[in-house]
Design a protein around this ligand. Structure first.
Ligand SMILES: Cc1cc2nc3c(=O)[nH]c(=O)nc-3n(C[C@H](O)[C@H](O)[C@H](O)COP(=O)(O)OP(=O)(O)OC[C@H]3O[C@@H](n4cnc5c(N)ncnc54)[C@H](O)[C@@H]3O)c2cc1C
Length: 238
């Protein structure tokens, strides 16, 4: 069955704001779509100024469907960023924003899709992969999974404590973390080989991050023998 995306704009209420890293904040939003999405999907957010000027951006859902009636977004504040700047500097608990979705059925995972599941994230590109890990941990922790995660520094890494705790307690979940600016290396052929040796041959691969990161990771995986047809990518821009 082909799922048709719901493109209606809906009001969503900000119910909580919390820091995640020095550059990233978490926003809890109360919305009707809270339990009607697949981990990996994103929403579009639309802001309208008093003079009618509109700006629209996409944000991945970080939370797994949890019956709370809310979703979590994790937004990195970019220098001069129109929409991320609004979220970081102006948005407050109790504000209403417009969103639509969920969007992006191809870049989503559920337990019926199985594994081994290989997730490759760069920077804030880990957000939709975090939703998949949270869902897997809640409903199918036995499915083998590995997250290959690259961030500038440990302090810049989103939810690293949570992911490390999951990798320590959930059977079959492995983490390879590289901090590119503190002596670690970028994702390269050796890191990809280590991931494939640890996980075994993946049947699902999701790569997300800035456009150059996604291109590099996809090329390395194909060169390491992963069939291109298994690989799904999401590019955040940048
Ligand atoms: C499917 C999808 C899901 C996304 N999910 C997330 C998410 O979960 N969290 C998140 O923080 N962002 C996410 N993004 C990126 C987000 O949509 C915006 O592009 C980002 O917030 C910048 O918007 P802005 O209005 O703040 O900046 P703009 O005003 O559009 O741009 C400001 C400056 O930042 C540069 N820039 C724009 N986007 C990026 C980027 N992604 N990285 C680095 N520099 C950039 C621009 O070239 C410009 O110089 C996602 C994008 C897509 C397509």
């Amino acid at each position: 069955m082909i799922e048709v995306p719901d493109f209606r704009w809906r009001q969503a209420l900000i119910t909580a704001i919390a820091p995640v890293t020095a550059r990233v904040k978490s926003f809890r939003l109360r919305t009707e779509i809270a339990d009607a999405y697949r981990p990996g999907q994103h929403v579009d957010v639309r802001l309208t100024a008093e003079d009618g000027y509109r700006a629209q951006r996409s944000y991945s859902i970080a939370s797994a469907p949890d019956g709370s009636g809310t979703i979590e977004l994790m937004i990195e504040g970019l220098e001069g960023g129109e929409v991320s700047g609004f979220f970081h500097e102006i948005a407050e608990v109790g504000d209403a924003i417009e969103l639509r979705g969920p969007i992006g059925g191809a870049f989503s995972w559920g337990p019926a899709d199985g594994g081994p599941l290989l997730l490759v994230g760069g920077g804030s590109g880990v957000v939709p992969l975090l939703a998949m890990l949270r869902h897997r941990g809640a409903v199918a922790p036995e499915i083998p999974a590995l997250l290959l995660y690259s961030a500038r520094t440990r302090g810049d890494a989103i939810a690293l404590d949570e992911i490390e705790a999951r990798a320590g307690t959930e059977p079959g979940l492995s983490l390879i973390f590289t901090a590119t600016r503190s002596g670690g290396r970028r994702i390269d052929a050796a890191t990809v080989a280590e991931a494939l040796t640890t996980l075994g041959h993946p049947t699902r691969v999701f790569i997300c991050g800035a456009t150059p990161f996604v291109g590099t990771a996809a090329t390395l995986l194909v060169e390491a023998g992963v069939a291109p047809g298994l690989i799904r990518t999401e590019r955040f821009g940048g």
